[in-house]
Design a protein around this ligand. Structure first.
Ligand SMILES: NC(=O)c1ccc[n+]([C@@H]2O[C@H](COP(=O)([O-])OP(=O)(O)OC[C@H]3O[C@@H](n4cnc5c(N)ncnc54)[C@H](O)[C@@H]3O)[C@@H](O)[C@H]2O)c1
Length: 322
């Protein structure tokens, strides 16, 4: 049985706590949050100092559900004590933080919460690509149009700021879609972004909208991501192959071939938490502990995130340097 701690007990932590309680090989031993009531919300040992949790509880693993800028230091400090780390995305917001996370992964198991990689339709698309079922990949396009208001940003002091969130719509909301795109495309030869703040200029420093162009060889990938929409619409991700177009919209996959459309719905695990977080957390976390137990590589280890992180950090640094 893995004794697990959660550091950061805000919004997403509820999903982690539920999964840790549901899995047969994990128990929630302790939580830490700078806000004492939050640290106590799951009824286990509660700390306001996360280092104290590590030193006194000596957990087998911790889940980081804290603001983005804290992920690398918390990962490094846990690794120094031999504690495995499952970190929420993004694992880092700058190059030095990302190096810290990769270094930690040479010492202890580290997993990154890119749960959408576990979606059955994403797994199918990876197989189409691997086995050349619809021929060569010609292009990718994706739309993430969600709604994040001034109230959303006002509710957490770290969101909306370069220093603590590291960006906006791209690093926080669209990072999952970027990760899937890079997973299909590989490390892009060209990566360019235009970042804008259309609707929250007085509320946040970071972008509410990002337009991304990636290219690998002669395969383009376009991503439009915005938090300025009226609702959290299902993400659309489309792969253009020689012989078919595969369109994913939420849990629906449509195969468009020879002018005909075939719709393939998907039954996933129940969604824990908000619908736009998807249903992948349980599979992603269960697989992390399975990999530790069996001593086998973890699908979402930092090495598997390097192409996404290098691309993400390049997109931001290029834009900021303009
Ligand atoms: N994978 C997903 O689909 C998904 C969805 C939502 C959020 N997230 C990620 O989860 C993380 C948390 O997001 P959230 O929306 O839950 O944020 P949040 O602001 O609701 O929660 C963060 C918590 O961390 C606490 N905290 C801040 N500094 C701390 C410190 N030094 N020590 C201990 N606790 C501290 C805060 O008090 C707060 O309770 C982010 O990385 C976010 O991107 C991932």
């Amino acid at each position: 049985m893995f004794r697990v701690g959660i550091i950061g007990c805000g919004g997403i932590s509820a999903v982690h706590a539920q999964v840790i309680k549901e899995l047969e090989n994990t128990e929630l031993a302790a939580c830490a949050d700078v806000i004492p009531e939050r640290a106590a919300r799951y009824g286990c040992a509660a700390y306001t100092d996360w280092r104290e949790l590590l030193d006194r509880e000596k957990p087998d693993a911790v889940h980081l559900c804290t603001p983005h800028y804290l992920h690398p230091i918390m990962t490094a400090e846990a690794a120094r004590r031999g504690v495995a780390v499952f970190t929420e995305k993004p694992p880092a917001i700058d190059a030095s933080g990302w190096e810290q996370v990769k270094e930690a992964a040479t010492r202890v198991p580290v997993g990154v919460c890119f749960q959408n990689r576990y979606h059955p339709h994403i797994q199918s698309c990876l197989r189409f690509l691997r086995e050349g079922i619809y021929g060569e990949l010609r292009g990718i396009r994706a739309f993430m149009t969600w709604n994040r208001t001034a109230e959303y940003y006002a509710a957490a002091d770290w969101k909306g700021k370069w220093a603590t969130e590291g960006g906006g719509a791209l690093i926080n909301q669209a990072i999952h879609t970027l990760d899937l795109i890079v997973g299909f495309l590989g490390v892009p030869d060209q990566a360019e972004a235009t970042l804008r703040n259309h609707h929250l200029r007085d509320a946040i420093e970071v972008e509410d909208t990002a337009e991304i162009y990636l290219r690998k060889g002669n395969v383009p990938a376009l991503l439009y991501a915005s938090n300025a929409y009226s609702q959290d619409a299902p993400v659309i991700l489309e792969l253009h192959f020689d012989q078919a177009v595969i369109r994913l919209e939420g849990d629906l996959m449509t195969v468009i071939r020879d002018g005909k459309k075939q719709e393939i719905p998907c039954v996933t695990d129940p969604v824990l938490g908000r619908s736009y977080w998807g249903a992948g957390h349980k599979a992603c976390i269960a697989d992390f502990y399975r990999s530790i137990e069996t001593g086998t590589p973890y699908q979402n280890a930092p090495a598997s995130c390097d192409a996404t992180m290098q691309t993400l950090l390049k997109l931001y640094s290029q834009w900021k340097d303009k």
